[in-house]
Design a protein around this ligand. Structure first.
Ligand SMILES: C[S@@+](CC[C@H](N)C(=O)[O-])C[C@H]1O[C@@H](n2cnc3c(N)ncnc32)[C@H](O)[C@@H]1O
Length: 155
């Protein structure tokens, strides 16, 4: 956006613009539900898209998965480094998703959900599973599941 275009935007539009990167970590109980939803198995390759403080990678590592987090915030990358999993400082859109068995996002904004889902469908390997958000939507290959506390429904 050039300066002229920016200045032409109504102030109300700018005031309503959502923050680009609100960091809302996933509650720990939800972390376990996410990993249950994708049925993470020992030795599987896990990728956390936007790993924040690394809590989902840590939980995946406790389940003895081979977990990688990708995070573009330098401070969060430094603060989340722990033995047992790997945190890569990068933009997750630039990464190859095709070598992973399980992909998770933890908390994710509504506008990113369809983009992540589409990228997953195009590039993930056969049999890969995706937990998009707080275990509400789980994808295995091209099958989409909606999960609530009590039910697991095939869409
Ligand atoms: C809402 S937080 C969630 C953190 C963690 N996944 C969780 O659920 O606790 C989203 C995180 O994704 C990171 N992020 C957003 N877009 C990213 C991108 N394109 N590449 C890498 N990291 C990204 C942000 O810096 C932030 O730490």
């Amino acid at each position: 956006m050039n300066r002229r275009t920016f200045l032409a935007l109504p102030l109300a539009t700018l005031a309503q613009a959502p923050p680009r990167d609100p960091w809302v970590p996933t509650p720990y109980a939800e972390v376990e539900r996410i990993l249950d939803a994708v049925q993470l198995q020992v030795g599987e390759r896990h990728l956390e898209l936007g790993s924040g403080d690394g809590r989902i990678c840590a939980a995946a590592a406790r389940r003895r998965a081979r977990s990688v987090g990708v995070e573009f915030d330098h401070g969060r990358v430094l603060a989340s480094q722990r033995p047992g999993y790997t945190i890569v400082e990068a933009d997750f859109w630039t990464m190859d998703w095709s070598t992973f068995d399980i992909l998770t996002t933890g908390d994710i904004s509504d506008d990113l959900r369809p983009l992540v889902l589409e990228r997953f469908r195009i590039t993930a390997k056969n049999g890969a599973r995706l937990a998009l958000g707080h275990a509400l939507l789980t994808v295995r290959g091209l099958e989409v599941f909606v999960q609530t506390d009590e039910t697991r429904l095939r869409r």
